[in-house]
Design a protein around this ligand. Structure first.
Ligand code: 5GP
Length: 130
């Protein structure tokens, strides 16, 4: 059975898309730690980060860097943090989180956003993708 992220990549479940290429897809996290919290996912369905083949791993990091630079340009923050957890969704994803303090990195402090706010944030980040 496909993971929820494969369904998002295939457009079966909607997402606030940030970027896409042949191998990777980025979209806003639906339950963000902070405004601009984004997930970068390989289209290849693999559960654990360290099980990715070398090329996909390096490609995911390069794609995440590109998306992270766009987030930094679009969202006011001290810096963009990167973390990989994967305890909830068994499909590798890099969390890119705009950080202003440690609370933004804990996954215990969440931000509630309306669909209009998600749409506006995604547009702002997309506009900064190089
Ligand atoms: P992890 O697997 O790294 O612990 O966390 C999974 C992340 O995916 C969570 O931050 C959660 O909010 C996010 N997430 C889970 N389901 C969906 C979904 O259907 N859409 C989006 N945009 N994010 C999701």
């Amino acid at each position: 059975m496909s993971t929820i992220f494969t369904k998002i990549i295939n457009g079966e479940i909607p997402s606030y898309k940030i970027a896409e290429d042949d191998d990777f897809y980025a979209f806003l996290d639906i339950n963000p730690n902070a405004v601009g919290h984004t997930l970068c996912v390989p289209k290849k369905e693999v559960d654990r980060l360290l099980d990715l083949d070398e090329e996909t791993y390096q490609g995911l990091m390069a794609f995440s860097r590109k998306v992270g630079l766009a987030i930094e340009a679009a969202i006011s923050c001290n810096r963009v943090g990167m973390t990989v957890i994967g305890l909830e969704v068994p499909h590798v994803h890099v969390h890119l989180i705009p950080l202003n303090g440690m609370q933004d990195a804990t996954f215990q402090h969440k931000v509630s956003l309306s669909p209009e706010e998600f749409t506006a944030i995604a547009e702002k980040i997309r506009a900064k993708i190089q």
